[in-house]
Write a protein that binds this ligand. Structure first.
Ligand SMILES: [Zn+2]
Ligand SMILES: [Zn+2]
Length: 132
């Protein structure tokens, strides 16, 4: 188990995965979508390597793993404060920047150590509303 070390091992595999995420900027790809992109560059890379690397990056805080209620986890290189606008029809995800997260009322906090706030606006984009 060497997953815990924070030293950045910049392997070619890892570099390809980061590039795939950069190429998907704004799309918030699933692990499968990252894998497909990586595979076009490095056909030898296994899905397990992609998934493990994604998880490592989440663990060290380089990547956000988002459950947006779409059934599949999405990955996001933007780790700063932002909420998401999600279309339940086509699955598109748009970043929505905000300056301060909403405050948790003290009566609900109960000593809870909050580490972040993931706001999600969900609905249907114009295309999905007209397309039926
Ligand atoms: Zn849509
Ligand atoms: Zn995002």
């Amino acid at each position: 188990m060497q997953l815990r070390e924070h030293g950045r091992r910049v392997t070619p595999q890892r570099r390809a995965i980061v590039q795939a995420l950069l190429d998907s900027d704004g799309i918030h790809p699933t692990a499968d979508q990252v894998f497909q992109r990586v595979q076009s560059v490095m056909p030898d890379m296994s899905p397990a390597t992609v998934y493990n690397t994604l998880h490592e990056m989440v663990e060290i805080g380089e990547l956000l793993e988002l459950d947006l209620g779409l059934g599949e986890r999405r990955y996001d290189l933007h780790t700063s404060n932002h909420a998401h606008l999600v279309c339940l029809g086509c699955g598109q995800v748009v970043d929505v920047p905000y300056s301060d997260p909403p405050a948790l009322p003290p009566e609900h906090a109960q000593g809870f150590r909050v580490i972040d706030y993931l706001g999600v606006f969900r609905g249907y984009c114009p295309g999905c509303q007209s397309g039926g």
